[in-house]
Design a protein around this ligand. Structure first.
Ligand code: ADP
Length: 447
């Protein structure tokens, strides 16, 4: 087992990783920017190293500074967390070249899945269904027009290097294609420095269903069921729940087993998530994330398994030690992503926390690095807390979530808690009857 792990991240996820390490008896090293000197993960870690100024490019994305911090502190492994360098294949390679263990998949798997065109090809070869569209990149407008005719409108132009919903544009008819194609490429170039795009049929009312996977380096892979992440705004998840109210036991077993078989076939190691769209009883693969995900918490709540602990364990080379039949599902879990943003305009609201009270009680979990008097810096992602509840039934879970949001006090800044309150009060949400467009329709935004 590792003796010391460097956590190359910040915020609630850095704290989440610290907690797993602590329970495993592993020492932790926090790295931080000058803007995060007072952060909770820095306070709790055994050691901390300042790796640069506030700008993420010069700190949390600064590979030489992170590797130096690992050397100086004598860490034996690096956990990349979520975002930042977590899906950077070159970073994974450099970590290993410098003699540390990268807590994640191989650089090769990060590379394959990081290019969504290659990812789709790879899983298709293993028999996974994908969204119909182009077979590969679409380098010219003429090619895009041809695919549009073949696939039928509406279509979605997507960045091959995409993430965070960026570089994605809908063309509802041939007249909209030129603009959508150019906008998607421009956005992809700006966000990822790579303007390669591909095309998919734009599905009208799908749900976003994803499968949590865990593989070891001995060819074993299991799944931990699905998460329904259909409540989205701008292709970004707002609320997630597990299990999905839309799947029956047969569909659940079908897609879980297929995803785990595919991951095992490519020799995947570590935690990973295959994302699918689900419409009219059919699953369509859209991408695989080769890292821990924000919403891993709800899977932990219904399985009782610490996914970060498992991730660290398999990174040491240990075998899973259990099989699919050993994984038991119990009850229901819902997560609200609480952002420091205005609940209607979504304008970021950094600043000082003035009054903080986290909810508690049976079945309540708050993953957050907030504390009273903490100053949320303006430089990073606005996710400040994950409010997670568990209940024996979905109804119990909803009731618990309602009272938990009422209890939660985060003073001094705007948060999206009122939005969550509004969402969970909707009859459609209570009925589990929503698709990926539902939230934007509720908010009166155009589809
Ligand atoms: P990113 O990596 O940027 O998050 P994804 O491919 O995971 O991009 O898609 C993000 C979201 O965009 C999905 O959850 C879904 O809501 C929507 N989306 C993606 N592909 C399609 C499609 N073919 N049809 C309809 N919606 C889609």
């Amino acid at each position: 087992m590792f003796e010391k792990v460097l956590i190359a991240n910040r915020g609630e996820i850095a704290l989440r990783i610290h907690r797993a390490c602590r329970e495993m008896g592993i020492q932790t090293v926090a790295v931080h920017s000058t803007a995060d000197a007072d952060a909770m993960h820095v306070r709790l870690a055994d050691e901390s190293v300042c790796i640069g100024p506030a700008s993420a490019r010069e700190s949390y994305l600064n590979i030489p500074a992170i590797l130096s911090a690992a050397s100086i502190t004598g860490a034996d492994a690096i956990h990349p967390g979520i975002g930042f360098l977590s899906e950077n294949a070159q970073f994974a390679e450099m970590v290993e070249e410098h003699g540390f263990t990268f807590i994640g998949p191989t650089a090769e798997h990060i590379r394959i899945m990081g290019d969504k065109v290659t990812a789709k090809k790879t899983v298709m070869e293993q028999g996974l269904p994908v969204v119909p569209g182009s077979d590969g990149p679409v380098p010219t407008l003429e090619e895009a027009e041809k695919i549009g005719r073949e696939t039928g409108y509406p279509i979605l132009i997507k960045a091959a290097a995409g993430g965070g919903g960026k570089g994605m544009k809908v063309a509802r008819n041939p007249d909209q294609l030129k603009e959508a194609y150019q906008l998607a490429r421009g956005e992809a170039r700006a966000a990822f420095g790579n303007d390669e795009v591909y095309i998919e049929k734009y599905l009208g009312k799908p749900r976003h269903i994803e499968i949590q996977l865990l593989g070891d380096e001995h060819g074993n892979c299991v799944h931990f069921g699905e998460r329904d992440c259909s409540v989205q705004r701008r292709h970004q998840k707002v609320i997630e729940e597990a299990p999905s109210p839309a799947l029956n036991a047969e569909q659940r077993a079908f897609i879980g087993d297929l995803a785990a078989k595919t991951a095992a076939a490519i020799g995947y190691r570590g935690v990973g998530t295959m994302e699918f769209l689900f419409e009219d009883g059919q699953f369509y693969f859209i991408e695989m994330n080769t890292r821990l995900q924000v919403e891993h918490t709800i899977t932990e709540m219904i399985t009782g398994i610490d996914l970060v602990r498992e991730q660290i364990r398999v990174a040491t080379g240990a075998p899973l030690g259990y099989g699919q039949a050993d994984i038991r599902f119990q009850g229901h879990s819902i997560e609200c992503r609480v952002n420091a943003e205005h609940p209607e305009t979504f304008i970021p609201s950094p600043g000082k926390i003035d009054g903080y009270h986290a909810p508690g009680g049976l079945g309540v979990r708050v993953d957050s690095a907030l504390y009273d008097g903490y100053r949320i810096p303006p430089h990073y992602d606005s996710l400040i807390a994950k409010l997670v509840v568990h209940g024996t039934t979905r109804n119990e879970c909803l009731m618990r979530l309602r009272r938990t949001i009422e209890e939660y006090v985060i003073g001094g800044v705007d948060t999206t808690l009122p939005l969550h309150q509004r969402i969970i009060a909707q009859q459609a949400f209570i009925d589990g009857n929503y698709d990926i467009h539902w939230l934007e329709q509720l908010m009166g935004m155009k589809k």
